[in-house]
Design a protein around this ligand. Sequence first.
Ligand SMILES: Cc1ncc(COP(=O)(O)O)c(C=O)c1O
Length: 302
Amino acid sequence: MTEKMSTHQAEEDARNEDICIYVDGRIVPKAQATVSVYDSGFMLGDGVWEGLRLYNGTWAFLNEHMDRLFEAAKAIDLDIGLDREGVIAALRETQAANDMQTDAHARLMVTRGVKMRPFQHPSLSKSGPTMVIIMEHSRPRLPRPIQLATVPHLRGLPMTQDPKLNSHSKLNCILACIAAEKAGADEALMLDVNGFVNTTNACNFFIVRKGEVWTSTGDYCMNGITRQKVIDLCRANDIPIREHNYSLVDTYGADEAFLTGTFGAQTPVGSIDGRRIGSGDLGPMTERIRALYKGLIEKECA
Ligand SMILES: Cc1ncc(COP(=O)(O)O)c(C=O)c1O
């Protein structure tokens, strides 16, 4: 049996036991960082979040992350209680408290706050929002390419919990991931409502065929910031890139496949449903795109 792993696997780092966490304007040691059992996020998954990375003292693509956070909050009618500068200040405060400069990852979460009673109605959340920022030392470390399995859980239509929302409730994605694990894979490859290949439960998905890079139309998947950067890099470097519908037949027959996300940048895919993809290892196009992305990060976070 192959070793179990996930796309968000990082090197063990003992320093993460001693981190400080931002909870509603206060910076507290990890052991004291708690929220109420009445919190809307805990009780109902009612909130939104962002995952950000720090390189050389700079938060990569901070504007894009703030745009997406505020757009998501607006979509769920959640007042974050801080403006953009306020959220950025909280992020920097967390960074300073932890004295982190590079290879750090933040999960910034905002929920509808503490409820008066344990029921669903959003008007029961009267405390104002809860905001938490967890920052950890984080160097992605994958011992081998990712193995995917397709699952029965679909990327839904936008009118039923739009899959573009980075909502606290990730149950559909979690069920997909569980199904993939039970099938012996690391992560789930999810199809859209029309049966086209869409995305994985936690990352965006690309294939490479005959020198062209393909990804889904962008409907039904998270509007990943890394996804967009990869598309832009392909365009800027004369790498043919297509955002279109394609099937599992095209996918199994691909020369390469890779995932994108803030945490892992570009992660090679070794197999899907037991079919080896290309050589089963990091392919030349994925390697090239990785290098281009690394260059972009170096420029952004000089
Ligand atoms: C379902 C899903 N897809 C893709 C991504 C990757 O998005 P990004 O590149 O902005 O990190 C995420 C990350 O939040 C996600 O939750």
